[in-house]
Design a protein around this ligand. Structure first.
Ligand code: UDP
Length: 237
C-alpha cells in the first residue's frame, strides 16, 4: 500500500531527536516543533501512534559498559522513555492535540498501562497514543517496542524519524560516495547489517508485512512531505 493511503501509522522517534541542539536531555522548544509536525500529520485524518526512545537520557548498554547490571540499567532506560513520552504529551496538548500515554511498565499515577483495546478507542476518538517503556522488558529497545505496537495496532507503516534522511549502503558521514536506497528489502537490511533498526524489530516488521519508512525528522515539514509521497526517505519492505 502506498504511504499516501495509510490510515494509521506508528511514528518512532529516537530519544536523541528530543535533544534538539543540546548534548543531553530534552529541549522543550524542539519538542514543541516535533509536536507541531505530528499535529499537522494528524490534521490530514491519520491515526497516529507514537513511540519515543530514551537515548537522550539513558541507555542500558551504556550503563552496562560502565559495570552496571544490564537488566537494571535497561529498566532505567525504560523510565527515560516515560519521561520523553510525558514531554511529548505536554507539547502535543499545549497545541490542543489530545493524547494518552500508555506505558509497558505500569505507573498508575502518571499514565495508563498498555491496553490494546483502550488504545484502539483512543485512536478512534482522534487521540494520539504514545506508547512508553518499549516492550516493558530488559534486553530490548524501543525499536522493538515500535515494531510490536505497530503490529498489534495494525499500523499501515512504521515511520522512523531520525537524524539521517534514509538508509545508506555505507556510513554517509564517513563515505562521501555513500548511496541512499529508495527501497531496500528487510532481508538485505538484516544480511548487510544496515543501520535501520535492531534486527529483532526489522524481523518483526518483515513477518507482519509492515513497511519501515526511514526519514529525517530534523527538517521542518518533513513528516508531512514523507506522508504525502514527496519526501526523501528509504522504504524498507
Ligand atoms: N529499553 C529496554 N526495553 C525496551 C525498551 C527500552 O530495556 O523494551 C531500555 C534500553 O536500556 C534502551 C533504553 O531503554 O537502551 C532507551 O531506549 P532506546 O535505546 O531504544 O532509545 P533510542 O535509541 O530510540 O533513543
Amino acid at each position: 500500500m502506498p504511504l499516501t493511503s495509510a490510515k494509521r501509522i506508528l511514528l518512532k522517534l529516537s530519544g536523541e531527536v528530543l535533544m534538539g541542539e543540546q548534548e543531553f536531555g530534552i529541549d522543550p522548544g524542539f519538542v514543541q516543533e516535533l509536536a507541531r509536525e505530528v499535529k499537522t500529520a494528524k490534521e490530514t485524518g491519520l491515526e497516529i501512534c507514537l513511540v519515543i526512545g530514551g537515548g537522550n537520557i539513558f541507555r542500558g548498554m551504556a550503563g552496562a559498559a560502565q559495570g552496571m547490571d544490564r537488566a537494571q540499567a535497561d529498566y532505567m532506560g525504560m523510565l527515560a522513555t516515560v519521561m520523553n513520552a510525558l514531554a511529548m504529551q505536554n507539547a502535543l496538548e499545549q497545541l490542543g492535540v489530545e493524547t494518552r500515554v500508555q506505558s509497558a511498565v505500569q505507573m498508575d499515577q502518571v499514565c495508563e498501562p498498555v491496553i490494546r483495546r483502550r488504545a484502539e478507542r483512543h485512536l478512534e476518538k482522534g487521540r494520539v497514543v504514545i506508547f512508553a517503556a518499549g516492550v516493558g522488558a530488559p534486553y530490548f529497545t524501543t525499536d522493538s517496542g515500535a515494531a510490536l505496537r505497530a503490529a498489534e495496532m495494525r499500523c499501515d507503516a512504521l515511520l522512523k524519524g531520525t537524524s539521517v534522511d534514509g538508509v545508506y549502503d555505507s556510513d554517509p558521514k564517513k563515505n562521501a560516495d555513500a548511496k541512499r536506497f529508495e527501497t531496500v528489502s528487510y532481508d538485505r537490511v538484516l544480511s548487510d547489517n544496515l543501520k535501520v533498526m535492531d534486527a529483532s524489530a526489522v524481523a518483526l516488521c518483515r513477518d507482519n508485512d509492515i513497511p519501515i519508512v526511514v526519514f529525517s525528522i530534523r527538517e521542518k515539514g518533513n513528516l508531512a512531505r514523507v506522508l504525502s509521497g514527496e519526501g526523501v526517505q528509504t522504504i524498507v519492505k
